[in-house]
Design a protein around this ligand. Structure first.
Ligand SMILES: Nc1ncnc2c1ncn2[C@@H]1O[C@H](COP(=O)(O)OP(=O)(O)OP(=O)(O)O)[C@@H](O)[C@H]1O
Ligand SMILES: [Mg+2]
Length: 210
C-alpha cells in the first residue's frame, strides 16, 4: 500500500486537481485506489460521484479513518486548505510522500514558503520516512511569475518534479469526474508529457516502498 498526501494550506493551490488526477492514473494502471477526502467541502468525493461507471473504479473515503485500516494499492489523500498542527502532523506521519502544488503568484509563494518551513520540521520528514516533492501548478512558461516560482522552488529544500500548465482540460476533467488519463490522448498530449516526471517519481517511490 502506498500512501500519497496532497497538501498545501493555501486555498486553491491545486490539491484536489492533483489528487483526482493521481487517483485516475493509478486506477487506469489497474491498481486498487482509495481517494480519501479530508476536506469538508468534499470536492474529491463529489468528483468520484460524477465519475462515469465504466471507468476504472476509485473508492471514496471521507472519514478520518486511519490509512492502516484500509486495504488498497494506493491511497491518495486530498487535504483541506488550512491544514496545520496535529492534523498536518498526523497526515504527514501516515503518508509515504507528500506532494505540494504551488501556483505562480506572490501570495501563493509566500504562504507556501511558510508551509515548507513547517514541513521540514515534521519528524517523519526529518527522518526520511516521508518524502516531499513540489509541483508548479497553472504555470504558463515565459511569464515573469513563472520565473519567480522557478526561483523560489529551486531554493526550496525539496525536490521539484514538474510544472503543469494552465489548461482547460483540468477544468473539464473536474466537471466530468475524469482524470486527464481518461481523456482523449490527442486532447491532453502536452499535459501528459508534463505529468510524466511526477508519475515516474511516485512509481519509483512506491517501488522502493515494497
Ligand atoms: N493546471 C490547471 N489548469 C487549469 N485550471 C486548474 C489547474 N489546476 C487547478 N485548476 C483549477 O483551479 C481551481 C483550484 O484548484 P483545486 O480545487 O484543485 O485547488 P485546491 O487546492 O484543492 O483548493 P481548496 O484549497 O479550495 O481545496 C479549480 O477550479 C481547478 O479546476
Ligand atoms: Mg481542494
Amino acid at each position: 500500500m502506498f500512501n500519497i498526501l496532497v497538501a498545501n494550506p493555501k486555498g486553491g493551490s491545486g490539491k484536489t486537481t492533483l489528487a483526482t488526477n493521481l487517483a485516475g492514473y493509478f486506477a487506469k494502471l489497474g491498481g486498487t485506489v482509495v481517494l480519501r477526502d479530508l476536506d469538508r467541502q468534499q470536492s474529491a468525493t463529489r468528483w468520484i460521484e460524477r465519475r462515469p461507471v465504466e471507468l476504472p473504479l476509485i473508492r471514496p473515503l471521507n472519514s478520518k479513518m486511519k490509512s492502516q485500516a484500509i486495504q488498497s494499492d494506493f491511497i491518495i489523500t486530498d487535504s483541506p486548505a488550512g491544514l496545520r498542527e496535529e492534523k498536518l502532523t498526523d497526515a504527514v506521519k501516515e503518508a509515504d510522500c507528500v506532494i505540494v502544488p504551488i501556483q505562480p503568484s506572490a501570495f501563493d509563494i509566500g504562504a507556501t514558503s511558510n508551509f515548507l518551513e513547517v514541513l521540514i520540521e515534521e519528524k517523519a520528514i526529518r527522518k526520511n520516512k516521508t518524502f516531499v516533492a513540489l509541483v508548479g501548478m497553472r504555470v504558463n512558461s515565459r511569464t515573469l511569475s513563472a520565473l519567480s516560482l522557478a526561483e523560489f522552488m529551486a531554493e526550496a529544500d525539496f525536490e521539484v518534479l514538474t510544472y503543469l500548465r494552465n489548461s482547460q482540460a483540468y477544468v473539464t476533467a473536474a466537471e466530468q469526474g475524469l482524470s486527464l488519463f481518461d481523456m482523449r490522448r490527442s486532447a491532453v498530449e502536452q499535459d501528459l508529457i508534463q505529468w510524466s516526471p511526477l508519475i515516474d517519481w511516485v512509481m519509483e517511490m512506491s517501488a522502493s516502498d515494497k
